[in-house]
Design a protein around this ligand. Structure first.
Ligand SMILES: Cc1ncc(COP(=O)(O)O)c(C=O)c1O
Length: 460
């Protein structure tokens, strides 16, 4: 009989030999153990040693209803035995129909058509393909460019990567599909001096930069603008007041589609089913994934306005795009069971009721010298770390490497918190707990962050 010690060693050996982790320096596990998460329960996950961690990132902004929900597992099992698979190419199946109708019902305005994918990147890329084909069919074939924001992450497949605004993860794959255009993001903490003290003026300037980009590129060449309601990468940049109102105006003026990339922000993360509802704007397309199934099975997609669908709805026209596993019956059944839980437990309402407590608890950390800015909305926060609070000076690359990769990531995990120490923009800690969380979880997050950030400062 193998002991649990042997079982752990065997799985470590196999993992190091055969498994390739995403966005991970595999060499960093040469002399240390790879974390192996084996089980989840509510807001917590457990590793192969039985140690418990608060899932402060919902896995990867995914596990909205928390872990271990039997009713979702049972819905998946039922669907597997009834109809495990059939494609959405020329056929429909009941769960895709029900889910599309439910999403259309929930989505704002005329977003009534659902095109399913399996992931967020595919959703983002599908929206770009739809925009390109739509404009070709409607007499504006020159429109193919897409505008997105500095440091924004929109996925990793080649098309989605062309929309992503993170130079460091793009360079290795150049040349990418042409047409990606960058504009400033809404990081008010790092706003240019001339708008640094007036958030409304900052928002107006940032939105007007989209107009300037459209004019610079030539309006007849621009197909779409991709924006997250709250930008994740860089550490949670909420929109300044008036920002989306002005962006909508600009898009309407130049006939450009507004894509709300809600792969993270939909399904309760900001206290509403869709992030655009929180900020009162009407997109032409919403892209979604992650929280729709709380990760019990993969599923993504886009919600498209009636107007965009119209040219595809008659004659011989079809959208020349498809994905084998998109709208998978088991994933669609899982999404329905997940949304049942959302409704039964009013999870968006729980977020709205508790978000002030989450913010106030995190803001206690403002007394630490390393904490520069705490920003976000709903259950979605970023904490920017700085070297000098007064001047907002950030860390050098070497310090950032030592601090984030060399210490913080491991120390936070060892202290029992799953979150993310990210240096793709300025160094930030990202938090996005499951939507079932309450004050006791916020207190636990604050306690762990306080201890680990205090030690990080002493090590600098
Ligand atoms: C805003 C946004 N868009 C797209 C994606 C890509 O999603 P996926 O990893 O499912 O392909 C992500 C992933 O984190 C995201 O945050």
């Amino acid at each position: 009989m193998t002991s649990s010690f042997d079982a752990v060693a065997d799985s470590q050996d196999a993992a190091k030999r055969n498994l390739w982790l995403h966005f991970t320096r595999m060499g960093s596990y040469a002399h240390s153990e790879m974390p192996v998460i084996v089980r989840g329960e509510g807001a917590y996950v457990f590793d192969q040693h039985g140690r418990r961690y608060l899932d402060g990132l919902s896995g990867l902004f995914v596990s909205q209803v928390g872990h271990g929900r039997q009713e979702i597992a049972e819905a998946a099992a039922r669907q597997s035995s009834e109809l495990a698979y059939f494609p959405l190419w020329s056929y429909a199946h009941p769960r895709a129909i029900e889910l599309a109708a439910r999403l259309a019902d929930m989505a704002p305005g005329s977003l009534n058509r659902v095109f399913f994918t399996t992931s967020g990147s595919e959703a983002v890329e599908s929206a770009w393909k739809l925009a390109k084909q739509y404009f070709k069919m409607t007499g504006e074939p020159g429109r193919y460019k897409v505008i997105s924001r500095d440091i924004a992450y929109h996925g990793t497949s080649m098309g989605a990567l062309a929309i992503t605004g993170l130079a460091d993860i793009k360079a290795a794959f150049e040349p990418l599909p042409p047409g990606g255009v960058r504009v400033p993001n809404t990081n008010f903490y790092r706003a240019p001096d001339f708008v640094a003290t007036d958030e409304v003026a900052f928002g107006r300037w940032a939105a007007d930069e989209i107009e300037r980009a459209i004019l610079r590129e030539g309006p007849a060449s621009v197909a779409a603008v991709y924006l997250e309601p709250v930008q994740n990468s860089g550490g949670c940049f909420p929109p300044p007041p008036g920002y989306f109102e002005r962006v909508r105006e600009i898009c309407d003026q130049y006939g450009v589609l507004l894509v709300s990339d809600e792969v993270i922000c939909a399904f309760g993360r900001l206290g509403y089913y869709f992030g655009c509802e929180r900020y009162g704007y009407q997109p032409d397309i919403i892209t979604f994934a992650k929280g729709l199934t709380s990760g019990y099975s993969p599923l993504g997609g886009m919600l498209v306005s009636d107007a965009l669908m119209e040219p595809f709805n008659s004659g011989t026209a079809s959208f020349l795009h498809g994905i084998t596993f998109a709208g998978h019956p088991v994933s669609a059944a899982v999404a329905m069971a997940n949304l049942d839980i959302f409704e039964k437990e009013d999870l968006p309402g729980n977020v709205r009721a508790n978000e002030a407590g989450f913010r106030a608890t995190l803001e206690k950390l403002n007394d630490l010298p390393i904490v520069g800015d705490i920003r976000g909305a709903g259950y979605f926060y970023g904490i920017e770390l700085v070297k000098d609070k007064a001047t907002r000076e950030t860390f050098s690359d070497e310090e950032s490497e030592r601090l984030l990769r060399g210490f913080l990531s491991h120390a936070l995990f060892d202290a029992g918190l799953v979150c993310r120490a990210d240096d793709r923009g300025d160094p930030v800690i990202q938090l996005a707990p499951p939507l079932i969380c309450g004050q006791e979880h916020f207190d636990e997050i604050e306690r762990i962050l306080r201890a680990v950030l205090t030690e990080a400062w002493q090590r600098l």
